[in-house]
Design a protein around this ligand. Sequence first.
Ligand code: CA
Length: 231
Amino acid sequence: MNKKVLVLEDEDDIRGFILINLKRGGYQVIEAKTGEEALQIIDQEEGLYVAILDIMLPGISGLEVCQYLRKKDEAVGIIMLTAKTQEVDKITGLYTGADDYMTKPFSPGELVARVDVLHRRVELLKGKKDDIIFSGPFSFNRQSRTLLKNEQEIELTQIEYKLMECFFDHPGIALCRDEILNKAWGDNFYGDGKVVDVNIRRLRKKIEEDPSDPKYILTEWGYGYRWGISP
Ligand code: CA
């Protein structure tokens, strides 16, 4: 996976200098010259773990970008760049969304080291969250490979586990039989969609309140199945 870092800095020299050092540190850098540009990137980019935001910018300030980003993502790591020490009050006082700050001029080694620390922290936070998926009365734990319904464990076969994983990864989305077949049985399995139907029937008996009138694994006629609880 790419380690993406957003760098917002209007001064080309400083941005270039940060970019070179982060790339050397193994990061993929997404550059923004203005706050406006940064907001757009934040809305579009997936998997942003760390952002380095300069405060003094011609338009929208780095502090506003910081607030926006924090509101959108509680876990993301944010480092503010300041030119003057008095700005530190603003970062540590009113705008507490930032995790760290650096006063210009700073050493590149120090910056990369701080990005490393934040990145590791965010990776842990996000990783933990993704290991357990919650959906209605269910919780699905990838680490212990267990499925709970109302806190009660439901015993699953290997294939049933894979089927549930498939649904939890695509909640509310209709999946065709071939797709389910590939995901649960693997690409090398030569069989038809009937095996999917058989296993879904068995799975419904385990997880549905009324298997003849399913609420969770819904049939998409002539196509496949859909997890009935939208995210
Ligand atoms: Ca600036």
